[in-house]
Design a protein around this ligand. Structure first.
Ligand code: AVJ
Length: 344
């Protein structure tokens, strides 16, 4: 994920004492722009760095401002975008079996929790789940979603953690009488990571969840035409989602990207088993961002996202390298998507 997630951030998880307050995590030291001397946001720093390197790139975690999150919700409803509805179907149909693997009194830690819809399928099937710890970068969105969840699950302890889970993160100690601590990482967000980052994430998750497990949703390798269509929808919503990054830079970083001067490009890189998304400059142009000028040639791109696809065996082998013991796997009849139970 980068659902959010890559590039310069390091991944690490540390266990700590139980805390009742939602946690806020510190941003790294601020850098300021030469032009104004004002401190830059994380988005500002990464955008400036991303436009300064060759080839240009920016982490997909910055897609998800309010408008971007809404566009992503629309993507999930598109006829071409099979992952969300397929994963929901698997979680719904296999919830009993999944709950059987997890066992009673579990503590669920969700990475990149968003609007907390998928976990309800799990909570409904689990035997007396004890606590739910959703981690999400968007603190406000998370608080609101957590309040709604609390109202629906009065016996569940809900403790949101506002954090970027690709950054160092402190988790509360297990509650007295808790069962397994189980990570939940749905949506194939792991596909956003570079292969070495995916391994690093899984290694840290295995360490953090030792004695428990990880339930992870992973999109599968399939007919490239099907993949291509999922990221090049007829209504152009995925293109709007991609271009929203530039709109966001204009609004937040006082940039002057011409939204008609860039176009969405997404293609399947078969040998690397991944969709690659880019923003392509349609002509030679200059863009300014926080007082700095960036020249684009016609056809020059900003890489915005990888969405890696896996085989069932490939994901299980990666999990073994990371220190998990692969357990059950659930898929849909067409083998579009998979949900894996990995013992930590
Ligand atoms: C949320 C990262 C899983 O890779 O399919 C959807 C994001 N990008 N359409 C994905 C996305 C373009 C999505 N993930």
């Amino acid at each position: 994920m980068r659902n959010p997630n890559t590039s310069s951030s390091s991944l690490s998880f540390v266990a700590a004492k139980s805390q009742q307050q939602p946690q806020q995590h510190q941003q790294p030291a601020q850098r300021s722009t030469a032009a104004t001397g004002e401190p830059l946001s994380e988005f500002g720093r990464e955008m400036q760095a991303g436009l300064s390197r060759t080839p240009r790139s920016i982490s997909p975690k910055f897609f998800y401002d309010a408008a971007g999150s809404q566009l992503f919700d629309r993507i999930c409803e598109l006829p071409e975008y099979y992952p969300t509805r397929t994963e929901l179907r698997i979680l719904g149909e296999c919830a009993g079996e999944i709950a059987g693997q997890i066992g009673p009194n579990a503590e669920i830690v969700e990475f990149g929790a968003g609007s907390l819809t998928k976990v309800r399928l799990l909570l409904d099937a689990l035997e007396t789940p004890k606590r739910y710890l959703p981690i999400d970068i968007s603190g406000e969105h998370l608080e609101a979603a957590a309040e709604r969840l609390k109202a629906d699950y009065p016996k569940l302890v809900v403790q949101p953690i506002a954090a970027d889970y690709t950054m160092p993160l402190v988790l509360p100690a297990p509650m007295a009488g808790a069962g397994r601590r189980v990570g939940f990482f749905p949506g194939s967000t792991i596909g956003n990571f570079e292969p070495d980052e995916a391994l690093a994430f899984l290694q840290l998750a295995a360490r953090m969840l030792r004695g428990g497990g990880l339930l992870i949703g992973v999109d599968l390798v399939k007919d490239p035409a099907r993949l291509h269509a999922a990221y090049n929808d007829a209504q152009g919503v995925t293109g709007e989602f991609n271009l929203n990054l530039l709109r966001r830079a204009n609004a937040e970083l006082d940039a002057d990207f011409d939204l008609d001067g860039f176009t969405h490009a997404a293609f399947y890189n078969a040998p690397r088993q991944r969709i690659e998304m880019h923003l392509v400059s349609r002509r030679a142009q200059n863009v300014s961002l926080k007082g700095e000028q960036f020249g684009f040639e016609e056809g020059e791109t900003i890489h915005t996202e990888y969405s890696h696809k896996f085989t069932v065996e490939g994901l299980r082998a990666l999990a073994v390298r990371a220190g998990f013991r692969p357990g059950a796997v659930w898929t849909d009849p067409e083998k579009l998507f998979s949900v894996h139970w990995l013992l930590a």
